[in-house]
Design a protein around this ligand. Structure first.
Ligand SMILES: [Zn+2]
Length: 226
């Protein structure tokens, strides 16, 4: 096996409606944030790229990214907060190249990709999803993206991501067990175990109380509370 990503390949796309966990379609990705951060993003109408600080091999590079994933947390709740900003995957891929970064041995494993115009001297490898040999695959003839649903795909989008490119907003409960901001004491997070409906009320009232209009792009699409 020559490439690390080949350890986590998508399965064969099943015919008909019988999807399987190793091969799932996706056409959008989200950035998930805590409510108070999400309000600040709405105020600025941009998700600011941040330096990578976790165990990633890029954590010593001065390379700001916005984290994105096609994953849906639903019943287990999210460790990243309760506001999900969704973006159209095809549109995001325009004008960026794709690179393999690493697979972090979480449970489940988190394969990571970098989306960037230029990877400069970063220790990453070019990745072609149409090769169909990794956890993210693209069927060019059908225009469909697939993911291995048994792992958690994570995409690092280089730089800032303007909310003018937003597709929709949804709300999800905050995990009871984990918090990305309070790794060692998740219960000390002010939004610990927050319900999706409460998150939506906090987000909306936060926008109104700060007189944040966000332009048409923030409100023209559907809002979803799961
Ligand atoms: Zn939290």
């Amino acid at each position: 096996m020559s490439n690390e990503w080949q350890a986590y390949p998508v399965g064969t796309p099943p015919s008909g409606k019988n999807w399987n966990s190793k091969c799932q379609k996706f056409d959008e990705v989200s950035h998930t944030a805590h409510v108070y951060h999400a309000i600040e993003m709405a105020r600025e109408m941009v998700i600011r790229g941040r330096l990578i600080y976790d165990e990633s091999k890029l954590n010593e590079e001065r390379w700001p990214v916005v984290w994105l994933s096609p994953n849906r947390w639903n019943s287990v709740g999210s460790r990243y907060g309760s506001v999900e900003f969704w973006f159209d995957w095809e549109r995001l891929l325009k004008n960026v190249d794709s690179f393999w970064v690493e697979a972090i041995k979480y449970s489940p494993v988190a394969p990571r990709f970098l989306l960037a115009n230029d990877s400069k001297d970063l220790p990453v490898a070019e990745y072609d999803p149409s090769e169909f040999d990794g956890p993210w695959a693209f069927d060019e003839s059908k225009g469909i993206h697939y993911r291995n649903g048994e792992v958690t795909l994570e995409f690092m989008f280089s730089g800032d991501l303007p909310l003018t490119r937003l597709k929709s907003i949804s709300f999800v409960g905050h995990s009871e067990k984990y918090c990305c901001l309070k790794r060692n004491s998740p219960k000390s997070c002010l939004e610990h175990a927050l319900h999706a409906d409460t998150a939506r009320e906090m987000f909306v009232s936060g926008l109104i109380s700060r007189n944040i209009h966000g332009g048409r792009s923030l409100f023209r699409e559907r809002w979803i509370a799961k």
